[in-house]
Write a protein that binds this ligand. Structure first.
Ligand code: IK2
Length: 449
């Protein structure tokens, strides 16, 4: 029992015999947490972000740029809070600040080849994370199955579970050279075999985190045909939509025939403008689906920061005017990141941590098999090898990455525990520091006989 004493707000913990007995009785008669939370209490980001901070690592772990967003992005925020419009400090429309939904409707209307109504087809959320949460909560029911393509952004599985559904997994498998992300493909008949009478939706993430695969139009067509044939929804997470390299095309599955009416498309200002801390995202879709996301949103988050939304609306106005030109940030950012990708790939190749070259996103997976001999095994037999490896690397080499098995379902984790993920959206000096660590480690590590 907690007893508050005095105006200084100090608390005195008083455990009386009665309160202890009452607590034990309640504990024995019921679960403390809701059953839908069972087995999802661990979170890769919470755990590894903490470790990276604890060991003060060179951080190629979590996916955020350590360089500044461009000045027009910072100026947009300053303008939004500078006082010209005092109402920008107050609540705004629940489902998206009017100037933002208007410009997003115009911008994505062109990309999707579909007229968007700002008020019915756009929902602004607290990052893409909240858009995903609203999607699963609104459209997945008790007993529904949701097909998830592996590797997958880790929160899809717990979000399906919290909605009462069951995740059904299908892996991308390398066909040809596994060191090129584009060669990791779905088997169309294996995918169709996953569809049952209970299947409600397929989750697509292109460009994919952590693999960096950019799904080709033909690959998306296989998925969209299946959605149409079996009357399924498609939840398409496209937060890395502008980060595609080597002339690849980002195709929006909602733009394929028969897909608009059954798709939710999710994107993120944080990823698109190198400002992940702003947490502005959105979901796009037909009103008959989006209205249910709005119900979840209005009863949970209600709306996201007004000034941040206003700022993002200025940024999109600029991007719309510059669309496709060399001055567009959506053109400049991938050019800058491609150089960083190539630099990290070269270093990893040289030290023998074979990289899988991503076609998109700002992540690169690498094979750690050659470095295994220098890392002692874990004391925990259940811990996937890559978790042990990355933890050891953070502690002893002061370099952070993310274990790739975190992006796989439990039965498949073992198959991919020889891989770790690096984020290359980092300052050149950060990449240089990582290179030095890897080169020194490679030089020192025992050679195979
Ligand atoms: N969807 C995907 C595929 C993401 O990668 C993210 C952000 N992930 O960043 C953590 C990492 O992988 O290192 C999101 C959704 C969430 O985006 P937002 O930041 O807009 O909420």
């Amino acid at each position: 029992m907690l007893v508050k004493i005095g105006p200084s707000c100090r608390f005195l913990r008083v455990a009386t015999e009665d309160s202890c007995r009452l607590f034990q009785k309640v504990r024995m008669s019921q679960h403390i947490q809701a059953q839908r939370l069972e087995g999802i209490d661990k979170n890769i980001w919470v755990e590894f972000v903490n470790l990276a901070a604890k060991y003060m690592t060179v951080n190629l772990g979590q996916g955020f740029p350590d360089f500044s967003p461009p000045s027009f992005v910072k100026e947009a925020f300053i303008r939004a809070v500078s006082g010209e419009k005092p109402m920008l400090n107050q609540y705004t429309r629940a489902f998206g600040h009017p100037p933002l939904v208007k410009i997003l409707a115009e911008f994505y209307g062109k990309l999707l080849g579909h007229d968007l109504d700002p008020h019915c087809n756009v929902l602004v959320t607290v990052g893409a994370y909240e858009a995903l949460f609203c999607t699963f909560q609104a459209l997945v029911d008790e007993g529904d199955e949701v097909i998830i393509i592996e590797p997958f952004f880790d929160c899809y599985e717990p979000m399906v579970k919290m909605a009462g559904g069951t995740a059904v997994f299908i892996p991308l498998r390398p066909k040809g050279d596994p060191l090129f992300s584009g060669n990791w493909q779905l088997d169309p008949s294996e995918l169709e075999n996953k569809v049952t009478a209970r299947t409600k939706a397929i989750v697509v993430n292109t460009p994919n985190n952590p693999l960096g695969k950019v799904f080709k139009r033909e690959e998306l067509k296989v998925i969209s045909d299946l959605c149409v044939k079996h009357n399924l929804f498609c939840f398409s997470d496209e937060v890395y939509e502008w980060l595609v390299y080597d002339g690849r095309e980002h195709v929006r599955i909602a733009s394929l025939p028969g897909m608009w009416d059954r798709s939710i498309t999710i994107a993120s200002a944080g990823k698109s403008f190198s400002a992940t801390g702003w947490k502005v995202g959105w979901a796009l879709g037909p009103d008959h689906l989006l209205k249910h996301l709005r119900t979840v949103h209005q009863n949970s988050v209600y709306h996201c920061a007004t000034a941040a939304q206003e700022a993002v609306s200025y940024m999109f106005e600029k991007e719309l005017a510059l669309f496709g030109t060399p001055d567009s940030y959506f053109v400049q950012l991938p050019q800058e990141l491609k150089q960083k990708r190539d630099r990290l790939a070269q270093c990893l190749t040289e030290v023998g941590m074979e990289p899988i070259i991503p076609e998109g996103s700002y992540f690169m997976m690498a094979d750690i098999s050659r470095f295994k001999t220098s890392v002692p095994p874990s004391n925990d037999a259940d811990e996937p090898y890559d978790y042990n490896f990355v933890k050891w690397m953070m502690k002893h080499k002061r370099l952070a990455a993310i274990p790739v098995s975190a992006f796989y379902s439990t039965p498949h984790k073992k198959t991919y525990e020889h891989l770790i993920r690096f984020c290359f959206a980092k300052e050149d000096k950060t990449l240089e520091a990582a290179e030095e660590i890897l080169q020194r480690w490679n030089y020192q590590q025992p050679r195979a006989p």
